[in-house]
Design a protein around this ligand. Structure first.
Ligand SMILES: [Ca+2]
Ligand SMILES: [Ca+2]
Ligand SMILES: [Ca+2]
Length: 305
């Protein structure tokens, strides 16, 4: 429903029309839920009876593109790159191999940019973004074939709720290190997944692996996050780091070997090497989760920063 806290982007996707006409009771409202590709459905809301002409008017307004379609809350898929014999930056493969879910022979950045209608991507950040039919930080991003993702993933949930997950049985490894990839050194100095979302969004991260970063998952600001079934390993400073006033539930996860990253040519000294830390005024819950092999504390709360 339309509320004072909604952003312009939300209102463009969920448009409430108020009518005050002779044949309609005052306050009659229609909710228009647009899907990209001009598919549309409407639900009559609460009291009042709309006329056929009213409905026609609403459909006409939708059809001429009154509303932005780029903000729609929709699911997108991500193909993994799991080539055995080709290099890490390969984008053209025999159709249906190397994680090519849609069988078009494209993976990686070539899948990111092939069109705006397949809703399939080769990198996670492109799937989260707006171009080429991405989720636009509002929707569900599902990795559907196993792969390695050497990218710092940014979740802002700027336009709605965001779920990032791998399908059951799929190995989605967000890893700072991939032999043969560029920027391995720079990535090892950065967090792997960064969430900084408004407090009226909900973010879910499920069945994801995050390895070899400074922090496997960093959650800041007002974020409200659920981390479920994730494996967070070999990160230097923190496995999961919760800051500011974020609220985080961590369940069914494994947070292993924090502070014990081994890699050539980079600073591997743990600072501090804690599995899960709640900093500042953050809060949360940890359940059914194993935190093992940490350099420093397994789970810590530190109100000093
Ligand atoms: Ca493909
Ligand atoms: Ca495609
Ligand atoms: Ca695509």
């Amino acid at each position: 429903m339309h509320s004072p806290t909604m952003t312009g982007a939300e209102r463009s996707a969920l448009f409430i029309v108020s009518f005050d006409e002779r044949k309609i009771n005052r306050g009659s409202r229609f909710e228009i839920n647009l899907k990209e590709g001009s598919a549309m459905r409407y639900q009559r809301m609460i009291r009042g009876k709309g006329t056929f002409g009213t409905v026609l008017l609403v459909l006409l307004l939708g059809s001429i593109g009154v509303w932005s379609l780029s903000d729609a809350n929709h699911p997108v898929l991500v193909e993994g790159n799991n080539c055995a014999d080709l290099g890490p930056n390969v984008t053209s493969v025999p159709p249906g191999t190397c994680g090519d879910f849609d069988g078009d022979g494209r993976i990686g950045v070539a899948e990111d940019t092939d069109n705006a209608i397949d809703r399939i991507f080769g990198t996670i950040n492109a799937a989260l973004g707006a171009p080429n039919g991405g989720a636009n930080q509002n929707g569900r991003v599902t990795v559907v074939t196993s792969g390695r993702f050497p990218e710092v993933v940014n979740i802002t949930a700027a336009n709605g709720n965001v779920t990032l997950e791998a399908a059951p049985g799929v190995e989605a490894n967000i890893d700072a290190v991939l032999a043969g990839e560029t920027n391995n050194v720079a990535r090892q100095g950065a967090p792997g997944i960064i969430v900084n979302a408004p407090d009226n969004r909900r973010v879910v991260i499920r069945n994801i692996v995050s390895r070899n970063w400074t922090e496997g998952i960093l959650i800041a600001g007002n974020s409200q996050v659920t981390i479920d079934k994730c494996r967070v390993e070999n990160n230097r400073d923190y496995g999961i780091h919760v800051m500011d006033v974020a609220k985080v539930t961590i369940t069914n996860c494994q947070v292993n070997a924090t502070g014990f990253r081994q890699a050539p040519g980079v600073d591997n000294a743990p600072n501090p090497g804690i599995g899960i830390e709640f900093d500042g005024s953050s809060s949360g819950r940890v359940s059914s989760t194993a935190v093992t092999g940490s350099f420093a504390a397994g789970i810590a709360a530190d109100r000093s920063n």
